[in-house]
Ligand binder design. Structure first.
Ligand SMILES: Nc1ncnc2c1ncn2[C@@H]1O[C@H](COP(=O)(O)OP(=O)(O)OP(=O)(O)O)[C@@H](O)[C@H]1O
Ligand SMILES: [Mg+2]
Length: 360
């Protein structure tokens, strides 16, 4: 699957805070691994990257640390980010490629100019002929199948690990946008805090994520669910099993999910009326792993009165959109600027198909 590269291959990379995805034109997504790097502190060498490093999170002996270099949507550790990026690019294309690829990278929207440049340099060093840095909401929109070239307003809400990006797009550009640091990681932290306060139990990050995915709730469930997890009783210091219900998770997550709804509301208020009318007709499109939190679509709908639709393969939208952006640059050359967007992608038109079925 990895290895040989043909001529002029185009690659799109979603450098996410939780997950890195690599998309190769014609092959689809070839890498999907956590943005984690394990380092030996004594020798300062990288021991593992991606999935292998993730397995070490929270289980490392003293001299080994597992780092998430992009935590909270900013590059908290530049050097490690560069090495991680290089590792994934080499894994995706192999070291023996004849023609250097054109690589588009989508970085968290809140990065600074310096960080942006750092990513560009790292990508070049890793073997790119040409590098494009792309705005995340634009990539998310393309990946969700939105025809961004039309003079029609679309709203994308991308809820990742570190950040939630909300943008109104029209004619290929962002009209109004905002980014907040409340997303998937934050939901996990909310759950850890809730368990400590309500049950005097300390749970790890991975357990918190399990709870979020399986019993997490943003909008009341008609059929409550529960999950048994193990943590440490903070009074006795011993392991303890505890059954957690979706009602409790609803309580734990309430503040964060409402903050996201408020931000959507604020962006809508700042949106020019014609575009707001388009959004109200077409619905709000949700992308990113965080959009899969149970009931978040229903909550946004109930708070804004506008239908919210989870894009098909919502975790891959940014990577797919990043890759397709290069296709557009390539094919668009010499033609009208947005020619490629005249036709729908993936047999999808701007009518979205929600993939997440209601669980009831
Ligand atoms: N079914 C699910 N329910 C709730 N949350 C989920 C689900 N699946 C994944 N997530 C969460 O989605 C988040 C990761 O989403 P995604 O891969 O879109 O982030 P990212 O692109 O790496 O981050 P960012 O865009 O902030 O840089 C994680 O917090 C993960 O726990
Ligand atoms: Mg993302």
């Amino acid at each position: 699957m990895f290895g040989f590269m043909g001529f002029g291959e185009d690659i799109g990379i979603d450098l996410g805070t939780a997950t890195v995805l690599v998309y190769i034109k014609g092959q689809g997504i070839v890498i999907r691994e956590p943005s984690v790097v394990a380092i030996d502190k004594d020798t300062n060498t990288i021991l593992a990257v991606g999935e292998e490093a993730r397995r070490m999170l929270g289980r490392t002996p003293g001299n080994i640390v597992a780092i998430r270099p992009l935590r909270e949507g900013v590059i908290s550790n530049y050097e490690i980010t560069e090495k991680m990026l290089k590792y994934f690019i080499e894994k995706a294309i192999g070291k023996r490629s004849f023609v250097k690829p054109t690589i588009a990278v989508c970085v968290p929207s809140s990065v600074t100019e310096v960080e942006r440049r750092a990513v560009e340099d790292a990508t070049k060093q890793a073997g790119a002929r040409q590098v494009h840095i792309i705005e995340e909401p634009i990539a998310a929109a393309i990946g969700a199948g939105i025809d961004i070239s039309r003079a029609c307003g679309s709203m994308v809400v991308d809820i990742g690990g570190g950040t939630t990006d909300i943008a109104v797009i029209s004619l290929g550009g962002t009209v109004v946008s905002t980014s907040l640091k409340i997303a998937g990681d934050n939901f996990d932290e909310n759950i850890i805090r809730y368990m400590r306060k309500k049950h005097n139990v300390l749970i790890g990050e991975r357990t918190a994520e399990d709870l979020k995915i399986h019993v997490g709730t943003a909008y009341e469930r008609t059929t409550p669910v529960s999950l048994e997890v193990r943590g440490r009783n903070l009074i006795t210091g011993l392991p303890k099993n505890i059954t957690v219900t979706s009602e409790e998770m609803h309580e734990a997550l309430k503040e964060s999910v409402l903050a996201i709804c408020d931000a959507v509301h604020t962006v809508l208020e700042k949106t020019p009326p014609e575009l707001a009318a388009d959004i109200s007709d077409r619905g709000i499109v949700m992308t990113g792993g965080g959009s899969l939190l149970y009931g978040l679509d229903k909550l946004i709908k109930s708070r804004t009165g506008i239908n919210a639709i989870i894009a098909e393969d919502s975790v891959s939208c940014v990577a797919i959109g990043t890759g397709k952006y290069i296709e557009f640059l390539g094919e668009g050359r010499g033609k009208g600027k947005f020619d490629i967007f005249g036709k729908p992608h993936n047999n999808k038109s701007s009518d979205f198909v929600a993939t997440k079925e209601d669980e009831e």
